[in-house]
Design a protein around this ligand. Structure first.
Ligand code: CA
Length: 291
């Protein structure tokens, strides 16, 4: 009898523990995904077509399949500045856009994971700011020659970067993996203000590579193949584009080798986009309104 009693106590205890664990795990999962934040593709399912105009592939070009693209911006009509990531192989490079060939490559220290980069002009010279992912260091590069000239530190992670209002304007836009965009001085990286990105009233996290176009910021959303267009006066997403049809076949099921890298080509009003280690780069025209 005594053994039976102990067995019953053990069974009851196990059942209670199981029930507690279930409740606990439910609490954890609901805490990890609060209802006010929608991450990744869940945001875009059933989003309707009202904010999702189409796009046209104008041309396809080669892209270095070793380039883990984290930042992309046109330096001039036919030349791109590209930042690549991964520790031990991060670079800043100047790339001939049509051929995809690197004209110059500078390696980052092996402890640095390269992230977004943007071009600025000050005092008559052109330079590039490049972020690091978790190192909290932004490096400023001269272009002739391609060389690191300055470093500043910042709090939090670095994901995407673009210069708003032209290269001479003292205003950078930076993403950090959250829903928040931070506006910084391009002279010293000091914070000017922040704004939260929302899509239909909910926060949109994982804002990644950026491209400043007028008062808009065009942004990759990490682990998706979507580009969203953000009005930086309100933080609201005004349009979104599904580019999953462009994903190379080998990366269709990947959540790592996703679309990332967007550069506006002002002379043609077109955009060049690629992905992490994608072998191709696309020249696209985006519809600004739905049909
Ligand atoms: Ca860009």
């Amino acid at each position: 009898m005594r053994h039976l009693g102990l067995l019953l106590i053990a069974l009851i205890s196990t059942a209670c523990l199981a029930a507690w664990l279930t409740a606990c795990s439910a609490a954890i999962s609901s805490e990890a995904t609060p209802s006010t934040t929608i991450i990744g593709t869940a945001l875009f399912e059933g989003s309707g077509d009202d904010l999702s105009p189409g796009f046209t592939v104008e041309a396809v070009y080669p892209h270095d399949p070793a380039a883990y693209t984290q930042g992309l911006e046109f330096l001039d009509e036919a030349t791109l500045v590209e930042s690549t990531g991964l520790r031990g192989s991060s670079t800043l490079r100047v790339v001939d856009a049509p051929s995809g060939e690197a004209l110059e490559v500078a390696a980052l220290p092996s402890s640095h994971f390269g992230e977004g980069a943007t071009i600025i002009e000050s005092g008559g010279s052109t330079s590039v700011w490049q972020l690091t992912w978790q190192e909290g260091i932004a490096t400023r590069w001269s272009l002739e020659p391609l060389a690191a000239t300055e470093q500043v530190s910042y709090d939090g992670e670095g994901w995407g970067l673009c210069a708003q209002g032209g290269r001479t304007a003292d205003r950078l836009v930076m993403s950090d993996g959250s829903a928040t965009l931070t506006f910084r001085s391009s002279a010293d990286f000091s914070v000017q203000s922040t704004i939260d990105v929302t899509d239909r009233g909910v926060l949109l996290t994982k804002i990644n590579e950026l491209e400043c176009v007028g008062g808009e910021v065009w942004a990759n959303v990490y682990q998706t193949n979507w580009i969203v267009v953000i009005d930086t006066t309100t933080g609201e997403v005004t349009r979104r584009y599904d580019l999953s049809s462009l994903v190379p076949e080998t990366f269709i099921d990947s959540t790592e080798f996703v679309l990332n890298g967007i550069a506006y080509h002002e002379p043609t009003d077109r955009f060049w986009v690629t992905g992490k280690q994608w072998p191709v780069m696309y020249e696209l025209s985006f519809d600004r309104e739905s049909d």
